[in-house]
Design a protein around this ligand. Sequence first.
Ligand code: SF4
Ligand code: SF4
Ligand code: SF4
Ligand code: FES
Length: 1008
Amino acid sequence: MTLISHDLGTPAPKPSSRNGEQTEVEVTIDGVKISVAEGTSVMRAAALAGVDVPKLCATDSLDPFGSCRLCLVEIDGRKGTPASCTTPCSPGMTVSTQTPKLERLRRGVMELYISDHPLDCLTCAANGDCELQDMSGAVGLRDVRYGYDGDNHLSLGKDTSNPYFTFDSSKCIVCNRCVRACEEIQGTFALTIEGRGFGSRVAAGFNGNFFDSPCVSCGACVQACPTATLTENTVIELGQPRRTVLTTCAYCGVGCSFKAEMQGETVVRMTPYKNGGANEGHSCVKGRFAWGYANHQDRQLEPMIRESITDEWKKVSFEEAIAFAAGKLQSIQSRHGKYSIGAITSSRCTNEEVFVVQKMVRAAFGNNNVDTCARVCHSPTGFGLSNAFGTSAGTQDFKSVEYADVILLIGANPTDAHPVFASRMKKRLREGAKLIVVDPRKIDLVKTAHIEASGFLQLKPGTNVAIINSLAHVIVTEGLADTTFIAERCEPSEYAVWSEFVSREENSPEAMEAHTGVPAAQVREAARLFATGGNGAIYYGLGVTEHSQGSTMVMGMANLAMATGNLGRDGVGVNPLRGQNNVQGSCDMGSFPHELPGYRHVSDDATRTMFEQLWGTVIQSEPGLRIPNMFDTAIDGNFKGLFVHGEDIAQSDPNTAHVESALSAMECVIVQDLFLNETARFAHVFFPGTSFLEKDGTFTNAERRINRVRPAMRPQTGKHEWQIVCELANALGHPMAYNESSEIMDEIAALTPTFKGVSFARLDEEGSVQWPCNDANPNGTPIMHKEKFVRGLGKFTPTPYVPTEEKSTRKFPLLLTTGRILSQYNVGAQTRRTKNVAWHAEDLLEIHPSDALERGVRDGEEVTISSRVGNTVLRAQITERVAPGVVYTTFHYPISGANVITTDNSDWATNCPEYKVTAVQVSPGRSAATAELDHPAHRLSALVRMANQIARQFAADSSLDAVKATVAHLERFWEHEMRVDLAQAVEAGSITVDDVVVEAVRRLTVHA
Ligand code: SF4
Ligand code: SF4
Ligand code: SF4
Ligand code: FES
């Protein structure tokens, strides 16, 4: 595997299907004969033949444009000198790329470019990584006949509005690569070339400023720019990288591959890897730029212990912390029994780390009390897809979307939550595929640049199952089902039962309209389009799973896909868009209390025996506690010890008050994390975690792709997380030891049939592989269920709609639903510690104008949100993105306390919390009814806003640099001083909230 990918100049022609036949044509280039697929450009054919044609405006990630005129060639029998990038090969073509005439023409082109370019190569940030510099050398330019004194663009200014990259217009050669990257790869259309002829220049949005334009800071234009015009600020500050490590983004479930480009132990930049299976060279703002949290001053690098959660933390050696933790856990088990402790694994950690945690629970704790944060996001996916197809994973790879004709997008907002996949989806939509969006909120994809959904079913929160049943009703009753597929691939008796069920009048769009609020005609039209529009693909997210009927809805979507024959080939399928980077992997690794790795039930004797023999221990045959059961049992006094691995349950789990009561009731809470998070407030032991830049292991993304995570630097803590877990297990009396994390993967492969063919060596050789990867599927499995389902015949299951108990009432008349925003991630522990706060400094409450008017709520002002379980305060944003009766917020800031108001209702099958539906009331200001808002966290939240205002005031009459400095001070101020020491001081009662206000203003003044 090589990290240096040769740019072939233009993309390969796309076949009609993934493995479709392509006609070959033979051409001769500089005397070399080569056969290429029809439609291949002369430039690409030349590169494949080992002949590099000079180029500037061409790159193989973009369609050819033909503007720079540097790639001219001569073709036998043709007049002139055509551009090789825009000329397709034709049979028998004979091409010359190096003739005296071409050399003269190319030098002339380069002379023009260089005569209008700053001659500061030696001090330029791109020195050594500049295609303009390379091409000057390639064409042998030694002199510029026109001199450098004519009209030029050298005095054009820089745009430094984006926190991560700089646009230096004076270096622009107007090659259009950035504009095309923004359109073709990212699909945002933020850039344009304004002006004509000599006056042409790149402009962002209408204001000509990147930050205020529609730019989403994906970095595609920076990547595409052949000069130093668009350059990462870190490269400007640090210089060119010296070494490269290939690794995987640690944010969302897309699992993008990146090159960590380093100087020693310092990251210079992260660049998306062209051969990455999930991203094919693209990125989003988080993976590309938001990695600075790894070195944030809040990062904890040493173990700490304390007897009581009111004590100060004491920094100790790893040996002392491990002995302390083991002693506490053993003491608890001796007094309360072996089932009184457990662990929660994290979907942010590697497969290897998750595997050792669940092994420690089963082998050293001696119980099955292990659960994962996937419980609170995609556990219904596992249940529903297993039931229908026999395995719990998504059916397709991401590439499959390139062959979809109708995309049914339910409860997902990919442009914010899965941006790189969203770009692939948008590209297919611009090619003509149709889109149906099912969502309570008007997400961007409903109407965005060059895309408009054919159907937008804006349903009421909590009525997904009603919609899926009415879509199925139309398909079955109008004779649109794929009877051949059903007869060949599915259980006939189950289909008969299901089709009778969905055909009932009670499931018709007309009958369901009263529940969903979606006009029946729209549902009928969408159903017909999905059933008859060609390849139909379903993509979905947490808007499906985080409901009381989450599992029912997953089964409903599986029913719909089977009924329309949309499984087992490219362009179709049922595709969960996983939230965190390793949700798939953490589930695969056996971190559910009822399943060993590979989704095998703990009651299965043969499976248990296999693990027991290798681990030399006895594994319990009864499932352990789920996360909500752990909390309930803790409150009852029977669950006393918890190891929380990389997950901030005090912030991310619903009904915060309940979670905090449970944590407070425990005798030993062990937190392993990068930061002293909210959960650590209840902890007795803190083990420092490693960032993805230090980890050595694998992540498995939403398409079951196992990607390597390679250490770009040594663990800053001195130990890998899996080593700490093994040492804790050893201290508890169960020996666990590995020399390298590759040995953990070897053990996983030995014990898990779907991983049998996986090893670090193989991943290093091939890049990535999609499970199942074993004797039956030696090359992995991009698309599942091709010939038959994993369970044999597909299973239809009736899915009666049962309205959630969380209903709007006179007291709580609005339904709150939640989601993510592009620049932030999950509870924000990482992204809030980066410059991404420039885009989203606080969570807002979206409210429809009519609901706002009725309540006297004004845009930008504080409102109190009250639910049956709690109250919080957010700033209102009045928008028609939400329908009347629905309000929406994100949950990236702890002070927003979104989970203070979410209830502990959950999915009937998996206990996945019903985050997406909470009945609330919204009232302007800090209402008198919210006495507990005087809680320090809320007072501090107000303080943060005040500090923000002061910053804006400073910024108004200051230079850009001063504004940046103020913002940087504020970030440090909020995140570190405010959150950590001031908040703790208030909690401990050593100072009052009012003292904090005075102190905050003083510190802010000093900083500013
Ligand atoms: S960073 Fe991305 S969205 Fe912004 S202008 Fe560049 S390509 Fe477009
Ligand atoms: S900014 Fe870079 S990519 Fe864009 S037109 Fe200028 S030189 Fe080309
Ligand atoms: S799409 Fe997801 S995996 Fe890819 S760079 Fe963005 S956050 Fe990382
Ligand atoms: S590379 Fe072909 S015209 Fe620019």
